[in-house]
Design a protein around this ligand. Structure first.
Ligand code: S3P
Length: 443
């Protein structure tokens, strides 16, 4: 995605939010549906695909590797795949825009096919660490060059005769796990990934759904995933469930704006994604879950959320992976709670689309909220209010920082502005109409 001019946005204290929020498709699952569709034989039919820029960049990349990708209508796409090991060498550079998930998973998917590809991205992605991916991919036999510090652009010469790998992830990361598993698809024998804490398991679920043999067990070593290489993946029907990380923004808004009551249909209850909702319940949030069911292979339920008096809590480090993208918005909710909210084991936030601890701490402080931080923790000293009215918050091309502060402004004493809301389109293109439809005063 080429980055256009900055687009400042602001939000103001709003009357009670009411209504139904129709959340778009899950970003993680959308990327994986396109990539596995491209690696399968035959046609994959996807409904509910998130049409955010990150996912559109992955769709374009899959085309560059030889898959046929077609949009039939809103959220409805087909992918005619080339099979495991069937990727063609792309003619141009693969530009993954703002998307860490896109670039890291695609690197894994091509690293065990004997072709060469060069990956690039926007200013945010070009600052993010790639060695965590290129190190294990080299173990499969891929040859890789990167910019100083292991940064993009990265060029990968895929392994001619890949060897399967046993890899323990050095940090809790579904992107690392997924890159290794996708590389393992075209290696003979068994590829094994061990993680200390379980991270989101969409890759494992979807690989099984496409016909791979994959097993997960909890051992003394940790969470161990074993994939049998060189399966024949078959095109599937994929109904992408809604994104719990996007749902977090209207849910937070309803919790902090007095008098609100909204309903959000189809939120994932996958235990590898539901840490925010567990935390909110501990804070005293009024959350009513209804209609538990399965959609697109994921457990989901509808949520009715009402404005609530909240108290600060300590979020244990073991929960961090299951809510890693939700800490920015939790820190806003924490400011509106009474007492300290301590977020432990969150060092990974420093290498997301921005350094999210730094970005949230600076923006909250500028708007009158007391925050303290260490390298791997953040504490918000909640006083039940956000004074607001500070200088524009710097968002550093980070969609979740932008949305978090726009939600904060809905309950703040004075307007909150962000310097640039353009990155919101990477994950939640309809954020503004969805929020204004509920009664939020932002734009
Ligand atoms: C994602 C994994 C997480 C998350 C990202 C999406 C995925 O990153 O922050 O938004 O789809 O696998 P890490 O795996 O680096 O923690």
């Amino acid at each position: 995605m080429s980055h256009g001019p900055a687009s400042p946005m602001s939000s103001r204290r709003s009357a009670a939010l009411k209504g139904e929020a129709a959340i778009p498709g899950d970003k993680s699952i959308s990327h994986r549906a396109l990539i596995l569709g491209a690696l399968a034989i035959g046609r994959t039919h996807i409904t509910g695909l998130l049409e955010g820029q990150d996912v559109l960049d992955t769709a374009k990349a899959m085309q560059a590797f030889g898959a046929q990708v077609e949009r039939l209508g809103p959220g409805e796409w087909t992918v005619d795949g080339v099979g495991v090991g069937g990727f063609a060498e792309p003619e141009g550079v693969i530009d993954c825009g703002n998307s860490g998930t896109g670039v890291r998973l695609i690197m894994g998917a091509m690293a065990t096919t004997p072709i060469t590809a060069t990956f690039t991205g926007d200013a945010s992605l070009s600052r993010r660490p790639m060695r965590r991916i290129t190190d294990p991919l080299e173990q499969f036999g891929a040859q890789i060059t990167a910019r100083e510090g292991g940064l993009l652009p990265v060029t990968i010469n895929g392994a001619e005769d890949a060897i399967p790998v046993s890899y323990r992830t050095p940090v809790a990361s579904a992107q690392i796990k997924s890159a290794v598993l996708l590389a393992g698809l075209n290696a003979p024998g068994q590829t094994v990934v061990t993680e200390a804490e379980p991270t989101r398991d969409h890759t494992e679920r979807m690989l099984a759904g496409f016909g791979a043999t994959i097993a997960t067990e909890q051992t003394d070593e940790g969470h161990v995933i074993t994939l049998t290489g060189q399966p024949e993946l078959r095109g599937q029907q994929v109904a992408v469930p809604r994104d719990p990380s996007s749902a977090a923004f209207p849910v937070a808004a309803a919790l902090i704006v007095p008098g609100s009551e909204i309903r959000v249909a189809g939120i994932s209850r996958n235990p590898t994604r539901d840490g925010l909702y567990v935390t909110l319940a501990e804070m005293g949030a009024d959350l009513l879950w209804e209609n538990d069911r399965e959609e697109g292979g994921e457990p989901v339920a509808d949520l009715v959320v009402r404005h609530s008096a909240l108290r600060g809590v300590s979020v244990p480090a073991e929960r961090a992976a299951s809510m890693i993208d939700e800490f920015p918005i939790l820190s806003v909710i924490a400011a509106m709670a009474q007492g300290e909210t301590v977020m432990n084991g969150v060092a990974e936030l420093r290498v997301k689309e921005s350094d999210r601890i730094d970005a949230m701490a600076k923006g909250l402080r500028a708007n009158g909220v007391e925050v303290s931080e260490t390298r791997d923790s953040m504490t918000v000293h909640g006083k039940g209010e956000i004074p607001g009215g500070g200088a524009p918050v710097e968002t550093h091309l980070d969609h979740r920082i932008a949305m978090s502060f726009l939600v904060a402004g809905l309950a703040a004493n004075a307007e909150i502005t962000v310097d640039d809301g353009s990155a919101i389109a990477t994950s939640f293109p309809d954020f503004v109409p969805l929020m204004t439809g509920l009664g939020a005063d932002l734009g």
